[in-house]
Design a protein around this ligand. Structure first.
Ligand code: GAR
Length: 198
């Protein structure tokens, strides 16, 4: 059984998709054992609590130093026995030490077709604004491994495409992309944990 830790910062619709997928039996070899948020009071934490999943908050304000934040995050992940760490709308940059400790077992979802519109400063609605400003005909979502070389730079695991429509707003495009995120993210967790033994 693979213990999955999900890192969040906001609304948590991807977390909800993962919880629903676990309940539906999509990844029988994995269970979500911890939800770690970079912000207190967010909807994602409510979703975790409703599902009976332990939560913790490790905010940059409380741990301004990278090293202390890395220690706190690593202690939480190790305490939960995490075998897979999933960034689901985690809007903080993970300390490099955490990336290294979980290399190959750390994945992220990004709301665009990487390598387009990724990297520092590209998160949430900003990504969709950039896609519209670039005049792209399509966008989508990417699940990828997180490495210690950069932001959104790791090996791609899965992508799904959506069209960009003529009258799109960033919010409308975000909603269309979220629909495919909610499909490919649980599928990626299922694939990555399929070979684990009970
Ligand atoms: C999602 O669109 C996710 O891809 C994006 O933030 C949103 C979180 O929504 N992540 C990033 O931009 C990371 N660079 P959610 O909290 O409802 O899952």
């Amino acid at each position: 059984m693979v213990n999955v830790a999900v890192l969040v910062s906001g609304g948590g619709t991807n977390l909800q998709a993962l919880i629903d997928a676990e309940h539906a039996g999509l990844f029988p070899n994995a269970r979500i054992v911890l939800v770690l948020s970079s912000r207190a009071g967010v909807k994602a934490l409510e979703r975790a609590e409703e599902a009976g999943i332990p939560t913790t908050v490790i905010a940059k304000d409380d741990y301004p130093e990278d090293e202390a934040r890395a220690d706190a995050i690593l202690a939480a992940l190790e305490g939960a026995g995490a075998g897979l760490v999933v960034l689901a709308g985690y809007m903080s940059i993970l300390p490099v030490r955490v990336c290294r400790a979980y290399a190959g077992r750390l994945i992220n979802i990004h709301p665009a077709l990487l390598p387009r519109h990724g990297g520092v400063g590209y998160y949430g609605l900003r990504v969709h604004k950039a896609v519209l400003e670039a005049g792209d005909a399509e966008s989508g979502a990417t699940v990828h491994f997180v490495d210690d070389r950069g932001v959104d730079s790791g090996e791609i695991i899965a992508q799904a495409r959506v069209p960009v429509l003529p009258d799109d707003t960033p919010e409308a495009l975000q909603a269309r992309v979220l629909e495919v995120e909610h499909r490919i993210f649980p599928e990626a967790v299922a694939r990555l944990t399929a070979k684990a033994t009970q």
